[in-house]
Structures are given as structure tokens and as C-alpha cells.
Design a binder for this molecule. Sequence first.
Ligand code: DGL
Length: 269
Amino acid sequence: MDNRYIGVFDSGVGGLTFVKELMKNLPDENIVYFGDTGRVPYGTRSADTIKKYAIDDMNFLMTHDIKAVVIACGTVSTVAIPTLRKIYNIPIIGVVDASAIAAVNATENNKIGIIGTIGTIKSGKYEQAIKEISPMMETASVACPMFVPLVENNMADTEASYLIAKDYLKPFVDMGVDTLILGCTHYPLLSNTIRKIMGDHVKLIDAGAATAHFVSEYLKNKNMLSETREKEQYKFFVSDSVENFINVADKFLGRKIDDSVQKIDIEIF
Ligand code: DGL
């Protein structure tokens, strides 16, 4: 039993798709979330910048009483985890392994597509993880840099999103993948649009949901589950406007958050 908080971070609101699933799976867990809304997006930045931001984010979370960190961001998970594991003596879980396992289990024709930010796709980490589990898998990946701004600007279910997604997803339709990893935690909000293009037979692997399942098993196996909800069970921190975060957070989280959000200056950590 371990009642300390689980620390979670993302470049912004996307990681809340993970938090939503974790809240469902483990309602007794205490969660401290940091969304770096002042510096989003991470996905178009250099590896060095992503690592620097990730270290600031970790330093901030380490000021709380946490038992583990979940990087609910495809970009940081693919670019910075080895660096972070060298610095911090705490379990650090990213979204890649759980998604790769879920995709390999889901596919029937062994053809898996991966979409993510530019940084994520450039890293090749999802493909590497899939091939390590099963070398016979055929994979293809496409960076979708327009998806995060579409989601953040509330345009997930519009004609514009449909047309852009059709272009990005064409290689997967042509290849006949039966499983597609949504390798960025913002993308589940585009599931309806993606499904229209890929068809209902294609299984969409939500990196956040797959990771929430993985984290639940991890904490159970290590006997680290929480049994007591803190008075402040959920704490949210952002590096830009609290109001803007609250306005979009409910779409990602499926519930309203209000007085539990605070703004911090991430540059000082
Ligand atoms: N949610 C982040 C991810 O999973 C991406 C957004 C960004 O580019 O910052 O990669």
C-alpha cells in the first residue's frame, strides 16, 4: 500500500486522456498533474529542448510527495525517458510500451499503423517497441503536426479535420492496417474523425487508456496501490492561463475541474 500521489505530466491538456482512464480504473489514487500549457507544443521542438522541458516538469513534480511519474505525453515518452531515468530515482512510466503491447495483442493481420507528433515519429520508438515484442509485425508511421492545434482549437469534429486526417491517414488505408496507435495523448479526441476514414474494423489504440491499464497492473503487482484518498485527491498545475485550461479540460477529462487548478512558473524548477 502506498498512498502517495502519482505524478503525471504532459505538454498541455492531452495527458488528461490518460488521467481520465486512470481515475476510472483506480478511483482511490491521488494524482498531481502538470500541463505545460505555456510551452505547448513539444512535438515540433528539437530533442534537446524536449529533454530540457521534461527535466523542468520532473523537477516540479518531485517537489510533491509522489510514488511514481507517468509521462502522459507521446513526445516526451519517445524522446526523453532514458535521460530522465538516469537523473531521477523514481519509477518513470511512459506511454510507448503499453501502447505497443495493446497493438500487438489487437492486430489480426499483423499490420500496425502509428500516428504521433513530429518528434515522436522521428524517434521511431513505437516501431522499435512493437518489433521487440514481435519482429513479424509490419509497421508504418506518419507524423500529424496539424492534429494538436485542431484539438486544442476545438475543431476535432469538423470538415477541416476530416480533410486533413484523410490526407495523413491515406498510407494506412492503402496498406490495410487493422490497428492504429494514437501515439499522442491529444489524438483520442479525434477518434470519431479517424474512425470515419479508417472504418469501424480498424482498432484504435488510445495511448493514454493503454497506459492507464498498464499503470494499474504495475501498482497492483508492486503492492503500491493507494487505499486512502487525500483531501485534495486531484491537484492540477499549469504554466499558462488557468481559465483556458479549465475551459478545455472537461472535454479531455470527461468531468469539470475548477478550484483544483493552479498556475506555476515552470522556468524556476
Ligand atoms: N500530448 C503530446 C503528446 O502526446 C503532444 C502535444 C505536443 O506536441 O506538445 O505527444
